[in-house]
Design a protein. Sequence first.
Length: 420
Amino acid sequence: MTDPELSPAAPGRAELSPAAPGRAELSPAAPGRAELSPAAPGRAELSPAAPGRGTEPALAPVIVRALVARGSGAELRVERVRLPAPGPGEVRVTIRAAGVCHSDLSMVNGTLAARFPLVLGHEATGVVAEVGPGSELTVGTPVVLNWAPACRACWWCRRGEPWLCADTTAPTVPRGETDDGVPLHLTLGLGALAEAVVVPERAVIPIPAGLPPEQAALLGCAVLTGVGAVRNTARVAPGESVAVVGLGGVGLAVLSAARRAGATTILAIDVAEAKRDLALAAGATDFLLSDDRLSKEVRARTESRGVDHAFECVGRAATIRAAWRLTRRGGAVTVVGMGAKDDMVSLGALDIFHSARTLRSSVYGSSDPDREVPVLAAELADGALDLRVLVSGTVPLDEAPAAFDRLARGEGARWVITLD
Ligand SMILES: [Zn+2]
Ligand SMILES: [Zn+2]
């Protein structure tokens, strides 16, 4: 996720993602695609089968069901939406599983500036169903979606920091339209809580076939973010001590990555006692409630120093300050949670100097998804990475609104929408 003020919509990206108004009538239904792209009701007579254009069937818009927010705070509903046909360098991906992430909630509860109507979702896996002209991907390839595809040309990309790409996707990107003809927006350019998405091919990452979809979906946000924060941003070393504040999907991914990095004291911290068993299963050595005894409990487990690394996985000033106080002199605080722009963090000037702590953020795990998602997918395939503990349950798309309610109440780890 990115700050909208710092990440303007990519200039020059428009021609790659036309909203395609009025294209429907002009695009004949492709033969043999009935299940995935039903012709609009009553429009069949107007859409003859593709006339002979060599062996290339004409690409047509598709109508799919998607989870849509019509406004900030509005009730979420599964609606039919019209996606444009994939243009040059674009692909359509049939979604198999999509996680419900806290950033989606931030889109609808006003924490982030979003445009509506908005298709939610940015953490998903699926299969390439159709490729636009010039795409090198093959239909049938299993993929994970990437919500921050790098341009590979800007100053940051060229210096090897693609997660800071200047061409970063805006929080909401216009594409397609609702069934009643209103221009639609997609969360982080994906809108993955849907039966299908149409995205630039650089936003998809091929993975091996046969991975459990409800686990593979998490590679695209929670797991890449959590693992990357530990490996790439903080570079946790064997024997170090770690505290993780906030035990949602990302926090639990951080815990398990810290365990795999060889940290020996791994303190899981949350306001909800209900997270205790999940935290211990994910790799924590201790679960601590975030109450007024927290500092004392942490110091009791770190020879009175505080931890080497604290990870803030909530995105609030209060928890960033809490993470700061739990960290030893010379230690590091890594902010993984994405907060609101008016939530100000206050630290004492003398404290900053005397504590010699480092405060930094981890954007998308300081990772290159094109390189690191395939590594994580291979680990998932060979059993080195087991994400079952992160998946609290799978539900059909129709139950996605209820999954958002559970997320808002802080229940479970990750709720994953599965589609067949
Ligand atoms: Zn996310
Ligand atoms: Zn770039």
